[in-house]
Write a protein that binds this ligand. Sequence first.
Ligand code: DHB
Ligand code: FE
Length: 285
Amino acid sequence: MTAETTADATAAKSGNAATDKFRSSGKTAAVAADVARVNLLASKLIKAANDIVLEERVTYDEFNALKAWLIKVGDDGEWPLFLDVWLEHSVEEVATDHREGNKGSIEGPYYVPEAPTQQSPATISMREDEKGTKLLFQGQVRSTDGSPLKDAKVELWHADEEGFYSQFAPGIPEWNLRGSFLVDSEGNFQINTMQPAPYQIPTDGACGQLIAAAGWHAWRPAHLHLKVSAPGHELLTAQLYFPGDVHNDDDIATAVKPELMLDIQPAGSGNGVQTTYDFVLDPVK
Ligand code: DHB
Ligand code: FE
């Protein structure tokens, strides 16, 4: 990537692309218009904000700074980024705390459905000169009773060695480092990919402005994103992390859990690294 496209890639373009993708995702069709529920949630949110104003004696200057900032979040297309970084982890916790199998982690703003499907073992689509350390990612998909799920599908997407996602940062082939993989008759998968880099959420838009103003940092540890599905089972959305990453303990998105840490070993092939991670899905009740 040239210096120019790298600079471009960190611009609010990722934010706007995330907003466009969300709009066309169909997710808003599921929003329930239950009056009692909206009344409860909106009232609680408004009360929480009012309590902060009264407790912290918020000034008109601060109130106006908040207005200007909220307007900028929309202008920069950064509502998906903001909500996925600072709120989704609690929503994910509520959605999955009943599970016996894997609980998972946040989806984040950069999932794209219907990535090209391949039969495992496979190599994810990548550029001929894709930079980084080769990573063999393998494992098995099972049900909570231990039986292998031979009809499971493993969707994998992640950033490249510079921390950029295809379809959100410019200049990257459409399905780069994205794929959908069918497991074998024993529920096993083997995917060749590249180890992703730590990821910095875009710093030049409204979220970056907040991070700088509050003296925070913008980093997420390096991670693989996954969706693991099988007929009759709950969809698992997860992220997996690499031991030793300096941001494992202070992820801006609060999406790291101990059970999501990979065990990274030198690759049997002698080139790069490999890791084995098994997924356990809950049957739909
Ligand atoms: C964001 C980006 C990610 O890659 C992720 O996993 C979670 C959140 C973000 O920029 O909001
Ligand atoms: Fe991510």
